[in-house]
Write a protein that binds this ligand. Structure first.
Ligand code: ASP
Ligand code: MG
Length: 468
């Protein structure tokens, strides 16, 4: 008997058919395992709730209420389609009605207040998971497997008060989750916990950042000392490259936590960047797998995969639409504090810098930011530093960061030369290159229009189509 935390993303529980097959699968799994289910809001609901918050902020009450009504209707319809027993269905519809009444009342109240604070927004966003967990728990109960829906906050996740990007306070959380989830187990039911949401020490609802349900799953898994945590989504696992770009992209069988963290950052699959934090010290096995294709065990993620599968490079991923800023100035040479001034200026403007490089002559520093941040970054640098330590700023837009990820690059000679040879052969100009001393990640920048060709060339050069 293993303790499993099984997390579903929104897309895998958004139709009646999907909810029923997920519920059948969970019923089966829970016969031989203790199972905690975590789920996201159903497809696009969190986006709609963000829109509602925005309507409220702009005083558009009718638009906010109309959108709220359509979200509720979608859940009502799914509730009727996924339950057959009259008592379960009635109870489920009743629970949805009371969420609906609360959401509509909140909209009225917030419109009257005429403001939308980050805390209020998190309260609105929490409805997505409040509703989806009820649907899934309802379907399980209807199928004869009693389940209890609870929010992340009810499950005991206590966070700091950083609304919109809250972090769990693990010591308190550990005690409470073990107690609350443990009680439901004792009662013989399956806990269905809503992802993404927690509450701070004053009991105010918080959210963990977009995509935060993955993070909820690992927080719960760590608190419950789970044997395995499964992230169930619409693809079979982590890939060697985007299958839409490279036809022979393969699912990876086994990666390490650190590789998975890099892959999450580079958007190989949308995983919340802090997802792996709670399991690092616990060494809990994770799997990234498909909700539908359950015969496939997906990508295994553990602390240290066996040596035999530490391939040099495991995947080629990318971040599109980046801009390159080249900063020059004679007085930067040998001047301590130049970089500090540049980065302090960017930080004050709220700009996230994705890549940095400086040549040893110190006459130029190149940084890469998202296209969306580019104008603000350049403005800030011009206003503060141009004519002083900076002489010239050159900007290149429409660039893509390509990253090679793999633990096996560490200490392996010839990786960079292989990259440059492949790019040379494909006639692609590399604008910048960086590699951290951990050698886990080698990243370089090309033009957006060259990115697909670059990915295919590297996928071939490192033979990733035959990785497994
Ligand atoms: N529902 C939240 C979001 O859309 C959390 C998640 O899906 O993981 O960001
Ligand atoms: Mg998600």
């Amino acid at each position: 008997m293993q303790l499993l935390v099984i997390k579903y993303d929104g897309a895998s529980i958004s139709s009646a058919g999907d909810i029923c097959s997920v519920s059948a699968y969970l019923t089966e799994m829970s016969k031989t395992n203790r199972t905690v289910v975590v789920c996201s809001a159903i497809d696009r609901v969190t986006d709609s709730l963000m829109d509602i918050a925005d309507y409220i902020r702009r005083g558009k009450k009718d638009a906010a209420k109309r959108l709220a009504a359509s979200i509720i209707n979608r859940h009502r319809r799914l509730a009727r389609q996924t339950t057959k027993q009259p008592t379960t269905q009635k109870r489920l519809l009743g629970a949805i009605e009371s969420d609906s009444a609360e959401l509509l009342a909140l909209i009225d109240g917030m419109i009257l207040l005429g403001e939308m604070t980050p805390g209020m927004k998190d309260y609105i966003l929490s409805f997505g998971e409040r509703l989806s967990t009820k649907l899934l728990a309802g379907a399980l109960t209807d199928a004869g497997r009693r389940a209890v829906a609870l929010t992340g906050s009810e499950a005991g996740i206590i966070t700091d008060s950083e609304f919109g990007e809250a972090k769990p306070l693990m010591d308190t959380t550990r005690l409470r989750v073990a107690e609350k989830v443990g009680a439901i187990f004792l009662d013989g039911a399956i806990p269905v916990v809503g992802g993404f949401v927690g509450s701070d020490q004053h009991g105010r609802l918080t959210t963990l950042g977009r995509g935060g349900s993955d993070y909820t799953a690992t927080i719960i898994g760590s608190c419950m000392r789970a044997d395995e945590i499964w992230l169930m989504g619409s693809v079979d696992g982590l890939f060697t490259a985007d299958p839409k770009v490279t036809r022979d992209a393969k699912t990876l069988v086994h990666v390490s936590y650190v590789e998975a963290i890099e892959m999450a950052l580079f958007g190989a699959k949308q995983i919340h960047p802090r997802t792996f934090e709670p399991v690092l010290s616990k060494e809990i096995t994770m799997r990234i797998r498909s909700a539908k294709n359950t015969d496939n065990k997906g990508t295994l993620v553990t602390a240290s995969p066996p040596l035999a599968i530490r391939n040099t490079v495991k995947c080629v991923s990318r971040i599109q639409n980046s801009g390159l800023i080249d900063i020059r100035g004679g007085s930067m040479v040998g001047m301590p504090g130049t970089a500090a001034k540049i980065f302090a200026t960017l930080a004050a403007a709220g700009i996230n810098v994705m890549m940095i490089s400086q040549n040893p002559s110190e006459s130029s520093i190149t940084i890469v930011v998202k296209d969306a941040d580019l104008d603000r970054a350049v403005n800030a640098l011009e206003m503060k530093l141009l004519g002083q330590i900076i002489k010239k700023i050159d900007v290149t837009i429409n660039m893509t960061i390509i990253a090679l990820i793999g633990l096996g690059m560490r200490g392996t000679a010839g990786v960079a030369s292989k990259v440059f040879t492949a790019m040379g052969a494909a006639g692609i100009n590399v604008a910048m290159i960086t590699q951290g001393s951990s050698e886990l990640n080698l990243a370089f920048v090309v033009r957006n229009i060259d990115a697909d060709t670059a990915i295919r060339a590297l996928h071939d050069a490192f033979d990733l189509g035959r990785i497994n």
